[in-house]
Design a protein around this ligand. Structure first.
Ligand SMILES: *Cc1c(COP(=O)(O)O)cnc(C)c1O
Length: 222
């Protein structure tokens, strides 16, 4: 069901786009379109938005091939956990993966990159709040994992990603992640969502992932 009195996504888009530009002119806005049907995504494409984020491979496969047939130049980011049995589909469909978080996934990606001759840039997801229910590499394991993925396997790791604990001030998490990226020589930082993207941009985010502030509340996931 459509929520009543929906604010058109393009209104929010213009405002958010200019706020991001004012804080960080080169940052990339990823419009998180998970659970949103194509009819809500189309107005953003018409307004010129080209980077989108989805968290489920299957859902993305059902929406994006048709949209790509209508709009050129779309970059699709996988921002949710990736199961190894979905790696083949994910590598074929997406253009970047923000959720590299374990050795088995790194191995599966290396194999699939070779098979498909594709090299999607990767963000290592770090569980900065060390929350047991959350995906991501433990902060203490980041260095070893980075060396494994980037050096031993030769994967194109270009950045770090985090989702700070919902109840905490996100700023120390963003600052910590920015420090680690600088230390490892990684150019990209995927951090900041609807509620905290301005803080993230002030602390060096290069990619902000914004859903509800653009589209309104998400539909319940079936
Ligand atoms: C859903 C989601 C977002 C967007 O969250 P909003 O609060 O709706 O902006 C960003 N990042 C990830 C990883 C998500 O799963």
């Amino acid at each position: 069901m459509n929520p009543p009195n929906r604010i058109p996504a393009t209104h929010c888009y213009t405002a958010i786009h200019s706020r991001i530009h004012a804080l960080s002119p080169h940052a990339t806005l990823i419009a998180v379109s998970k659970t949103q049907p194509a009819e809500y995504i189309t107005p953003l494409l018409e307004a010129g938005q080209r980077h989108f984020g989805e968290n489920r491979v299957q859902e993305a496969e059902s929406k994006w091939p048709a949209l790509r047939a209508r709009f050129a130049g779309i970059t699709l980011h996988l921002i949710g956990p990736l199961q190894t049995n979905k790696v083949k589909q994910a590598v074929a469909l997406f253009d970047a993966i923000h959720s590299l978080d374990r050795e088995s996934l790194a191995q599966a990606l290396r194999k699939e990159y070779a098979l498909q001759n594709r090299q999607l840039p990767l963000f290592i997801q770090v569980n900065t709040g060390e929350e047991p229910q959350k995906a991501g590499i433990a902060p203490a394991a980041l260095d070893d994992f980075y060396h494994y993925a980037a050096e031993e396997l030769g994967l194109p790791v270009t950045g770090l990603m985090c989702i700070p604990p919902a109840e905490e001030n996100p700023a120390p998490h963003f600052a910590w992640l920015a420090h680690q990226a600088a230390r490892l020589g990684l150019a990209h930082l995927s951090m900041g969502m609807s509620g905290d993207y301005e803080t993230a941009l002030r602390l060096g985010a290069t990619h902000v992932r914004i859903g509800t502030a653009l589209f309104g509340e998400r539909r319940a996931v079936a």
